[in-house]
Design a protein around this ligand. Structure first.
Ligand code: SAM
Length: 398
């Protein structure tokens, strides 16, 4: 079907230089309801795709197509419905009309642009976002960590990570007003791993928000921590340090204001929550990961049709665990929400627990939440959880 498109248009699609395209002039006798079609590039999961906007008299529909189906769809629309196509690339504007008779060629007009069009900023699906770290603006830590090049262009395979970093920063910025403003902030990132998000946090507080902060990244893995220390030194990140250690075993010299724990494995998230509760941290941001503790223990005869499927049991176990964590945080004096961290299409580990310490716990709320917790566990056949045991050991359980 590519042969059914004029060659320069097929090239612009293949080479991804097409900026926009319009199909118009309905063919006489066509039965299609379409009056016009527009096409623009978008980005879906780090790949270029083409968004078709199909205009009917009263409505417009969208189709997002990968490159090969997009070529076929365009050729079909030009064959059946329209007899005029206009398109633009960075260097020229063109139009074409299909051959009237078999054997004739396309009537083609090509006009070079006087000045090249600026690079399209429209490739992000649903238009560009106002990211805190925008693409196109060089950012030393993102370059150092292999997310973007020195000119600020994001490496395509790192696009999901780039979005995750920006989403995380938005979530942090939303809670900054909850944190002390009269002294440097104390922040810990438990299970920091390669520390994309720790460096991002440092960048946000230090360079964007101008909030002095002492940030510690902690992880079990010495090699990972050595790497992070090297990056922090090369980038002269004042106020950022990395330590090897376990979350449960960590002792801070002073209470921490903001506790972050992103994708720390299984009950390591609970250890992070316990530490935060001990310090009475103002804000806790936790994205739990691989919740294995409760799933095998779930028992409820009425739920047997669900629980007998391993996959369903595992997914329910994940939600049950995180809701239980939210309930414990509520009981302990935090307004707690479960929010979407990053689109489900990128990772199923996309629930963020956002907990902000209440200035005062309303009377009876602790007792009410505790009763709810006991009833919740009983209904699901669950014994006391790791989180509750650890809280009891720390002297925090009611
Ligand atoms: C999946 S990585 C996440 C890294 C980073 N937070 C992120 O979201 O990109 C989980 C990290 O948590 C660390 N970790 C797991 N359990 C831990 C514990 N009990 N104490 C300290 N670090 C832990 C692991 O070593 C690993 O580097």
């Amino acid at each position: 079907m590519i042969a059914d498109l004029p060659e320069p248009l097929a090239d612009a699609l293949r080479e991804r230089t097409l900026r926009r395209l319009t199909l118009s002039e309905r063919r006489p006798g066509t039965t299609s309801p379409l009056v016009k079609v527009q096409v623009r590039p978008i980005e879906l999961q780090g790949e270029t795709a083409w968004q078709f906007t199909l205009h009917e008299p009263q409505k417009a529909l969208h189709e997002n197509l990968a490159p090969a189906p997009a070529l076929r769809r365009l050729a079909q629309l030009l064959h059946d419905t329209f007899r005029q196509v206009h398109w633009s690339t960075g260097s020229e504007d063109s139009s074409a009309r299909p051959p009237r008779q078999p054997g004739q060629t396309w009537q083609l007009h090509r006009t070079p642009r006087r000045s090249p069009a600026p690079p399209t900023a429209e490739t992000a699906h649903n238009r560009p976002k106002n990211y805190l770290l925008p693409e196109g603006v060089p950012c030393p830590f993102l370059h150092e960590m292999g997310v973007m090049n020195p000119q600020g262009q994001v490496h395509r395979p790192m696009m999901a990570k780039f979005r995750q970093i920006n989403r995380f920063l938005e979530l942090v910025r939303d809670v900054l007003r909850e944190l002390p403003a009269d002294r440097p902030l104390r922040v810990i990132d438990f299970g920091c791993g390669k520390s994309y998000l720790t460096f991002a946090l440092h960048h946000l507080l230090t360079h964007i928000e101008n909030r002095p902060a002492q940030i510690t990244g902690l992880d079990l893995k010495p090699d990972v921590i050595a790497h992070c220390q090297g990056v922090a030194q090369r980038l002269h990140c004042a106020g950022l340090d990395f330590q090897v250690g376990s979350i449960a075993g960590f002792t801070a010299t002073e209470p921490v204001d903001l506790v972050v724990s992103l994708h720390a494995c299984d009950t390591a998230t609970d250890d992070a929550l316990v530490q935060a509760l001990r310090w009475e941290a103002r804000v806790i941001l936790a994205v739990p990961c691989c919740q294995h503790e409760l799933a095998p223990q779930l028992t409820n005869p009425a739920l047997e049709p669900l629980l007998r499927h391993g996959l369903a049991r595992e997914r329910l176990g994940t939600l049950v665990t995180d809701a239980l964590r939210a309930l414990v945080l509520e009981r302990e004096g935090y307004t707690t929400q479960m929010v979407e961290f990053i689109d489900l299409e990128h990772t199923p580990k996309n629930v963020l627990l956002r907990a902000v310490r209440r200035p005062r716990q309303p009377p009876d709320l602790t007792a009410t939440r505790h009763r709810e917790l006991l009833a919740y566990r009983e209904c699901l056949g669950l014994p006391e959880t790791h989180l509750e045991r650890r809280l009891a050991e720390t002297g925090l359980a009611p």
